[in-house]
Each structure stands twice: as C-alpha cells, then as structure tokens.
Design a binder for this molecule. Structure first.
Ligand code: XMP
Length: 508
C-alpha cells in the first residue's frame, strides 16, 4: 500500500493533514518530526509532508528533521512552519512578519502540479508569524497573497513544495484538492486505501496469530467493529464479554446481547454485574468518586472473568482508534494531550495479556464505514457517544433505582422525539438527567411533589466545546408533555441552556 508520511512539528492541525489525504483513498500517517532516517525508510513513503508548528526556523532550538531525510529525494511538501523549514533548508531566508491569522485571498500564479485546477484565486487559511523573505535558488513562486509574496513556492524538478497556508482546514477552499494534487500528481501515490482492502489485510494478519482472544464489548461502534473483524479472522477463538453495569440506556443490555449472539453469532458472554455496581455506588454523591467506583468495579468483574477462563486467553482486544494513539502522545507536538476520560483505568497493565488493537490506524468515520460493510445496524453506529461511567454521570447526587429509572425512560423519550423530528443525527448528544430537586405539580385536583428532569441537547464537533441546541419550542413542549405524562414521578421538565465552557456536556 502506498503511504504518505506527515512529520508533526506540533500544529494542532497536523492530524487533519492525514485525515484529508485519506479522503482521497491514499494512506497517510503522522510521525514525530524527529523520526530517524532508518525508521522513516521502513515506512517506504511515496512522499513526505512537514506540518505546521509553533516554532520559528531561525530559532536555535527550532525542531528540524534529520538531515539524511532530504537525501531520500522524495517529494516534499511543507505547510506553514514546514514551508519555512523548506525555505530555510534550501537556502532561502525566513523573517519575522506581521502576524497573519485567518482567511486570505490566494492568487495562483502557476496552475501546474500542486495548484493545478484550484482556480485563479481562492480563500486560504493563514496562521503564522514568520514568512519567506527570499525564496531558495531554483524555486519559483506559484501563489501569493496580499501580505505573503511567497505563499506557495515550488521547485518542480526536485518535487519540493512549500505553502504558507493550511490546506488541511476547511476554511481553505480547494485545500483537499491541493493535498490531492501533491499525493496523486507529484508523489504518484496509488489510491489503494479502502476499507475493504484494510479489512482484508487485517483479517489476514490476525488469522496468523495464535491463541485465544478476549474482547470486552460495550455496544459502541468501536468495540463492536473490533470484535467483528477479529471474529472474521479467528472465529470461535474470540470470546466477547459484555459487562452490564446497570447504568446503561433503556433496554441496551438486551439489544447488545441480541446483536452479538443472534445476529452476528459470535462467542458471547453477558455478565449481569448491575447489583454489584449499584451496591457499590450506594451513598456516593461525588462525581469523581462515582467514576472511580464504576471504573474499579469494571476492572474487577472483567479480570475475574478472564482469570477464571479455561483455556486461558492470550490476547486482549481493544477498540483503540488513531486519534486515541495521537492523543496519548505518539506525536511529540504540543497537540499531544493525555485523554482525560479513563474508563477502565489500568486494565491492560493488570492483565497479563498481549494487546490487540485492530483499529488503531483508523479514524472514527473509517470505523463507521467498516461497520456499514459488516452490516452493523445503522442505529448502533449512528448512536450518540455515551460516557463509560454510563448514567451515573447523568444522575446528580446518589444513584438510586428511582432516579435511574427516570433517567432511562426520559432519555428514551428525548431520543425518540429527536429521531422523529429528524434531528437526532444532527446533534452531538441528547439525553435527560435527573437530580434530587423536587417541584410541585398538580395531578387532577391534587398537588404532587415530584422530580425535576433536565433535558440536555448539544451541538459539538469534538466535545471540547459545545453549544446548547436551539430546539424548536414545539418539540421541547412535546418532550416535556411526554415525560410528565409517561413518568409518574416527574412534575417538571427543564432545558439546559449552558454551553461548554463554562458548563460541561455531562452534568457530573
Ligand atoms: P464533558 O462532560 O467533559 O464530556 O463535557 C465530553 C464528552 O465526553 C463524554 N464523557 C465521558 N466519556 N468517560 C467517557 O468515556 C467519562 O467519564 C466521561 N465523561 C464525559 C461526554 O459524554 C461527552 O461526549
């Protein structure tokens, strides 16, 4: 398979470069900027991209790739900091400039190779403080903006290019086209990155592995796809285990069991551990404490199951995705942050098993494509994200059977109504939460003191920030009526209109 390697110099957009290239069916991988020459050679790339980054090339501590990488004579594309790096490296000059941030008009001077078919003038996203003052010998300017004379440069015979703007962000019109020109026209990469191809090669790879595989499934798309892929490769040597913690959405445990056992016919065990989880949560009101208890209990139940198995397992399968790998620090740039939500804290370390992560090269939408190919019901893979600690973070205060029931039924109503209104797929998350607040209502002629349910519906791109969704009033009214009519214990329904920040998506 042909591959493009992206050296990460720390831009928050670095992984988007890979994302965009893969949209053109060419495989791209992000690696640290200081990858060794030998390691890079092992990738056998068809071309190399230098990402953006916060540094200045003229700074003595500026991150630089290993020298020998330039001797590989591979096509090179530098983006933003990467552009300046190329200017510097090939003998041009970079200087401090007025900071430019936002959209600029790029005028295309040479409609060949990199900028071919892009149009005469397009919007391009800039975010830089330095610029090329002198371009290196043998290079020519192929695009400029009002403030950056050398916004795009090329040395076509060496296949080396630099662009000051970010083609990977959606604000750059034709950005994908520019990247596509680089990978297809300049590098000549084949478009052989397809999910069918990926499935075939991973099944082949996994079938060569010996030993039994244990896979914890949650009903989420990642663990489901990981399990099904492994099942294709090793059949009954795979055992899927589902731990019912009693904190799931209404009926979820039955749906999951039916799907794995009856639909997909995989070797499946469901452990009803709800009593243990709910018992341990009794009396606990602190949100972090609840998370900790749920995490610990999961590890206990899961390891207990694994240790008792005969014959023993050799592998522990996980639905880790590529962004998880990037987040936990494969890339050395400042964009690397450690995931804050650890649901199964320390599970792999505690179990003496080897880790199998068949999806670790994939982005979420690629996993969804595989889910489609494998006939995973659409309802499942289009379902909203659900927190690992389940409804314990949507029940404010102590988790009691009544609050749990209210939360389940009210959330089901919210989901059903959004689906019916055609809005479910358009929002990030939608659910009902409940706490200990009570409010007076009237039923017939009698006053009743009942629970207050809070509806939370948010729009978001990555859950880092979120905005509350402006749902039509009629829809809110319908949801409210259904909740108070169908759940006897509820008298009031409120709608959360706080965005993140300062609020978070989950109330606990
Ligand atoms: P917050 O509430 O932090 O949530 O704005 C951001 C996203 O993460 C989900 N979430 C969690 N997911 N374990 C998880 O797996 C957790 O402990 C957890 N807490 C929040 C939340 O649903 C939202 O999508």
């Amino acid at each position: 398979m042909d591959k493009i390697v992206v050296l990460d110099f720390g831009s928050q957009y670095s992984h988007l470069i890979c994302r965009r290239i893969r949209e053109s069916s060419v495989y791209a991988e992000l690696v640290p900027f200081d990858i060794s020459y030998e390691e890079l050679q092992e990738h056998s790339p068809k071309g190399i991209i230098f990402s953006g980054g916060p540094s200045s090339v003229y700074n003595s501590k500026a991150p630089m790739p290993e020298d020998k990488i330039f001797e590989m004579n591979l096509p090179l594309l530098g983006i933003c900091y990467g552009h300046q790096l190329i200017v510097n490296r090939f003998g041009g000059k970079v200087k401090r400039a007025n900071r430019e941030y936002g959209s600029s008009l790029l005028t295309v001077d040479e409609d060949r190779d990199l900028l071919n078919g892009v149009g005469r003038s397009v919007r391009a996203w800039m975010s830089h403080g330095d610029e090329a003052e002198e371009i290196p010998p043998g290079f020519q300017v192929i695009g400029h903006t009002k403030s950056a004379r050398a916004a795009a440069i090329a040395s076509e015979d060496r296949a080396v290019y630099g662009i000051q703007f970010h083609p990977e962000v959606v604000h750059t019109e034709q950005g994908t086209k520019i990247l596509k020109n680089f990978v297809l026209k300049v590098c000549g990469a084949r478009q052989d990155w397809t999910m069918e191809g990926f499935m075939e090669s991973s099944v082949e790879k996994i079938s060569g592995m010996e030993g039994n595989v244990l896979c914890g499934v949650s009903g989420g798309v990642d663990s489901t796809v990981a399990a099904l892929l492994i099942h294709k490769a090793v059949g009954d040597r795979l055992k899927c285990v589902f731990v019912n913690n009693g904190l799931l959405r209404l009926d979820e445990e039955n749906e999951i069991e039916e799907m794995f056992r009856d639909n997909f016919k995989v070797n499946f065990s469901s452990i009803d551990a709800s009593k243990g989880f709910l018992g341990r949560l009794k009396g606990i009101t602190d949100p972090e404490e609840k998370r900790k208890v749920v995490g610990e209990e999961f590890v206990r139940v899961f390891t207990d199951f694994a240790e008792k198995s005969d014959p023993p397992f050799k592998w522990l399968a996980q639905g880790t995705l590529y962004p998880d790998i990037i987040e936990s620090g494969v890339s050395k740039g400042p964009a690397a942050v450690i995931k804050s939500h650890h649901n199964v804290g320390g599970l792999p370390e505690r179990m003496n098993l080897e880790i199998l992560e068949p999806l670790k090269e994939l982005y979420k939408d690629e996993v969804r494509q595989i889910a489609k190919i494998l006939n995973v019901p659409e309802r499942l893979f289009m379902r909203h994200p659900f927190p690992g600690p389940g409804l314990s973070v949507r029940i404010i205060g102590e988790v009691t059977p009544t609050k749990l029931w209210i939360c389940k039924v009210a959330s089901r109503i919210v989901e059903e109504e959004l689906l019916e209104a055609g809005l479910y797929g358009k929002v990030w998350q939608a659910y009902a939460a409940v706490g200990d607040d009570k409010a007076v209502g009237v039923v017939g002629d009698k006053r009743k003191y009942g629970s207050v349910v809070m509806i939370r519906v948010v729009d978001s791109i990555d859950a880092m920030t979120a905005d509350w969704t402006r749902l039509p009033h009629e829809l809110l009214e319908k949801i409210s009526n259904r909740i108070t009519n169908e759940i006897e214990e509820v008298t009031w329904v409120t709608y959360a209109v706080s965005s993140k920040p300062p609020a978070t998506i989950e109330p606990q």
